[in-house]
Design a protein around this ligand. Structure first.
Ligand SMILES: [Zn+2]
Length: 115
């Protein structure tokens, strides 16, 4: 399962950060997941529930922020939210556009427990 390996990777990164900060527990993390990242948020939430067990994140609150897709037409520079993977420009009909946002998959913030 794709999301399980992502969840395990997130836990690994958080544990590395916590070790570097000399912290033993994480209270909260914020994730940013783009709607075009290929990650199914519900599946990721489920995978994280498993992945955090007996990790430093076990009691952490996990906030997942979905970043909506946004692209820019390469012909007329019109910016729009695509409905599908390939959506022609609604202003001029050109089929190609550049991504502005929507493919993110990152940890925005980690909050450690204060000692
Ligand atoms: Zn256009």
């Amino acid at each position: 399962m794709h999301e399980l390996s992502i969840a395990m990777n997130i836990v690994e990164i958080v544990e590395e950060n916590a070790a570097a900060a000399n912290c033993k527990a994480v209270s909260e993390i914020d994730l940013e997941i783009g709607s075009m990242s290929g990650v199914v948020i519900e599946a990721l939430q489920f995978a994280l529930e498993e992945a955090v067990k007996s990790s430093i994140m076990e009691s952490a609150r996990i906030n997942i922020h979905e970043i909506s897709a946004r692209v820019k037409c390469i012909a007329c520079a019109h910016e729009f939210e695509p409905e599908d993977i390939i959506t022609p420009c609604p202003a001029c009909g050109h089929p190609y556009s550049d991504d502005i946002q929507g493919r993110e998959m990152k940890i925005r913030r980690i909050i450690f427990f204060e000692e």
